[in-house]
Design a protein around this ligand. Structure first.
Ligand SMILES: NC(=O)c1ccc[n+]([C@@H]2O[C@H](COP(=O)([O-])OP(=O)(O)OC[C@H]3O[C@@H](n4cnc5c(N)ncnc54)[C@H](OP(=O)(O)O)[C@@H]3O)[C@@H](O)[C@H]2O)c1
Length: 251
């Protein structure tokens, strides 16, 4: 089976490409680096020739509201159009748990728009909605920092190791299309502020976390249901403290 991974050089993409190659599939990593641009369409038809499945794990270079919406709409439409003309059988995409519950966030609106285009395309699909990756902690903290304070929502959070998301995507990609969205989350639920505080303390970062139920997360307030998966979600096994101590030893 020829599988094209759009965004194959990224955090998830690089792990996914390795996993699928270990399973003996023909896997093409497609991204700007390999001359495939989903925004201009450059290289898309060529890379999708004879492909059975496409897995989209690309991401917008900018998280600004208008830019991120343009990215996910244009990129997804160009992929789906090229897939239709090349007879691709299935489109798999990575989205975010709870995106539809948070319309005040420009980034999450863009992910909902991406999902909508896929569902309306007529091409068979599976959408995996994941909670936030462990690796995302530094960006969440950075984007919520003012001076030496990090204002973080106290709402429930259930992050996951990106390697477990990549493994679930590989599993989904080799199975039949579900024409539905399924969820995956981490093994432990905790307040987001507690997670970020743990990350900063463990990495020797002196910034102070201020837990605040009104703190914005990418433009939106959160509640305890906003970002956590439903009861049928797949759950990862790797705990954050184990994962982080392994990363710190490696570093
Ligand atoms: N962060 C989270 O916690 C989280 C949670 C749930 C879901 N997600 C979703 O997971 C997906 C993957 O995220 P990630 O963190 O793995 O992304 P990432 O590491 O930022 O990688 C982005 C990838 O997109 C490629 N790319 C960007 N613009 C492109 C274009 N115009 N044409 C072709 N390729 C392009 C990049 O290619 P080059 O390397 O060649 O530039 C790179 O391979 C995203 O859709 C995100 O919404 C993220």
């Amino acid at each position: 089976m020829k599988i094209v991974v759009i965004g194959g050089t990224g955090l998830i993409g690089s792990k996914l490409v390795n996993k699928l190659r270990q399973l003996d599939h023909e896997v093409i990593s497609a991204s700007l680096e390999s001359g495939v641009n989903t925004i201009t369409g450059e290289g898309l038809n060529e890379v999708l020739k004879d492909a059975h499945k496409v897995i989209d794990v690309s991401n917008s270079p900018s998280f600004e509201d208008k830019a991120v919406m343009e990215f996910f709409q244009k990129s997804t439409l160009n992929q789906l159009t090229a897939e239709a003309s090349n007879g691709v059988k299935c489109h798999v995409a990575l989205s975010i748990v709870g995106a539809e519950r948070l319309p005040k966030s420009g980034y999450l609106r863009a992910k909902v728009a991406q999902e909508g285009l896929i569902k309306e395309s007529g091409i068979h699909y599976t959408i995996l909605r994941s909670t936030q990756f462990f690796e995302f902690a530094s960006r969440i903290a950075k984007d919520a920092t003012t001076g030496n304070e990090v204002h973080i929502s106290s709402a429930a959070f259930q992050p996951i190791a990106s390697e477990e998301v990549a493994a679930a995507l590989a599993d989904i990609a080799i199975g039949p299309s579900l024409n539905a969205a399924v969820e995956i989350g981490g093994p432990v639920r905790m307040p987001m502020a507690e997670f970020i505080r743990y990350y900063l303390t463990a990495t020797g970062d002196s910034r102070k976390v201020i837990a605040d139920e009104h703190a914005l997360y990418y433009g939106t307030e959160l509640n305890d249901e906003s970002l956590v998966p439903g009861e049928n979600a797949r759950l990862g096994k790797i705990k954050y403290e184990d994962w982080l101590s392994t990363q710190l030893v490696k570093a």
